[in-house]
Design a protein around this ligand. Structure first.
Ligand SMILES: [Zn+2]
Length: 218
């Protein structure tokens, strides 16, 4: 077979991983192939430095993952909505974690209104969040602080989008146990920081107030 530099290493790594896993935990893959019952849906950034499973120490089968640039949940995004519905209605996950990260390139691009082609359209919602909080952001002393605060505000807005989504609202109304968490991850220390209280139902979301997350009141 033709050698493909840069790819052969990955295939070799895969064989080693599969062999080692099966050696230490016989039947692991056969068991996993039967069904998946993850308790968590992860909505995170596509950034290669934010590997969902590793960060929270979960194994294959434990975390249902959706990632895109700047961890956005938009109403017209069929990909994200399909993931959300499958996770909630079929897998019946108990927790949805929206996890942004400091130093996010997508968020930075939105802050600076950079020309990015198609990606510029994708991150438009972050630009809108930036406009809403322009005064607060302008008060911050450094560019890094502004980017990082916008990363937090973006997570809050995406949590709000998740909580207001009919898939989630319907699940809560029929009594399904489902909690939504807002997290931000630090690239420099590998630590997750919860940004605010968990939202665990229509009542709890209503109690927070529809504008709660947008006000950045965490
Ligand atoms: Zn990012």
């Amino acid at each position: 077979m033709t050698k493909v530099p840069g790819i052969d290493r990955l295939l070799a790594n895969n064989r080693s991983w599969a062999e080692e896993t099966e050696r230490t935990r016989p039947g692991f893959f056969a068991h996993l192939a039967q069904q998946q019952t993850p308790g968590y849906l992860w909505i995170g950034c596509a950034d290669s430095r934010v590997p969902a499973n590793e960060i929270v120490g979960l194994e294959p089968g434990e975390l249902f993952v959706h990632r895109n640039v700047a961890n956005l949940i938009q109403n017209a995004d069929l990909n994200a909505l399909s993931v959300l519905q499958f996770a909630v209605d079929v897998l019946k996950v108990k927790h949805i974690i929206v996890c942004g990260h400091y130093g996010c390139s997508g968020v930075r691009a939105a802050l600076h209104d950079m020309r990015l082609g198609v990606a510029e359209h994708w991150i438009r919602p972050v630009r809108d969040i930036c406009e809403c909080h322009r005064h607060e952001l302008d008060m911050l002393p450094t560019e890094t602080a502004r980017v990082n605060r916008l990363c937090e505000l973006n997570v809050m807005q995406q949590v709000r989008n998740v909580c207001r989504n009919p898939i989630i609202q319907d699940a809560w109304r029929r009594g399904q146990k489902l909690a939504v968490h807002s997290w931000v991850y630090g690239l420099e220390d590998g630590l997750v920081r919860p940004l605010g209280p968990t939202v665990a139902g229509v009542k709890s979301f209503d109690e927070l107030g529809a504008s709660y997350l947008m006000r950045g009141a965490f």
